[in-house]
Write a protein that binds this ligand. Sequence first.
Ligand code: JS2
Length: 275
Amino acid sequence: MEQGEPGPRKKSWRRRYIVLGVLGALVLIVVIAVVVALVLRNDTLQFKGIFIDRCKKFNGYDCKKVWEAFEQAYVGRDPCDVPMEAYDPFVAATPFEPACNRMMFWSKTKDVVHEFTAKSDCFVTLEDTVLGAVADGLIWCGKEGSSETFTTDCPGWRDCVNNPVRSFWNRVSAAFADAACGNVTAMLNGSIETPFSSQSIFGSIELLRFNSTRMESLNIVMVTQKNPVANCTNESLNILQRKLDKGIQYYCNDVSEAQLEECSNNSQTTCGACW
Ligand code: JS2
């Protein structure tokens, strides 16, 4: 044995350290993989729990079936390859009785419209039905090769057109508009230059599905604040009227937010018009 070369005893210890090191690394990788799997599983269970709790607030639905019809649209798929038609089974699993003369659409007025509709049963928005309530305010997506529902690292609204959230809202908005009947209301924002946009969901999907065989009128409520930027004479409303089914009567009222608030506080008993 040459001078300086480790002896057999030292070699065997070095071999043991290497084996222990490799084993340690393997154990660490397994522990990390298990923790990640548990976190992802927990993500899915948490999201599913919220979804089903919300579904159960509505009578007459098999919420397990509704959940399965919802998740089949995106689970295991590229999160940029979920077309709106993927949610057709979900829409089929959540039929709802249209509230003729009480249906409320909106655009750029989410907070004020829901503050208004929450105070009475006079109006119903998509988010007040099981169709919209189960996913309102939530983010979700799937990934190829995974059976989990992810709530982080999902594509944003504008990252790709066919993402799970955008396609969901496009599809359920279409279903809600297909059921629009009687005198329908839509709340628009008088604090922006263009209260009606052809690119919005209201302008590109819902308005185009309003049908005079079911609908009598569309009543625009232009919500104005102290310094209104737009009102019922705004040019964008001419574009809206050109797109509206000619058999549907069109009305528009400028209403201040303060007037809405005062009226909705009083209209808890009777659904008198607040405009
Ligand atoms: C609800 C969400 C979320 O008439 C309304 C509703 O029926 C809605 O579904 O679609 C219309 C509003 O969309 P629009 O005209 O594009 O207005 P906006 O204020 O620019 O967009 C609000 C977002 C609508 C779709 N949407 N709706 N609850 O959690 C939700 N998340 C998104 N993306």
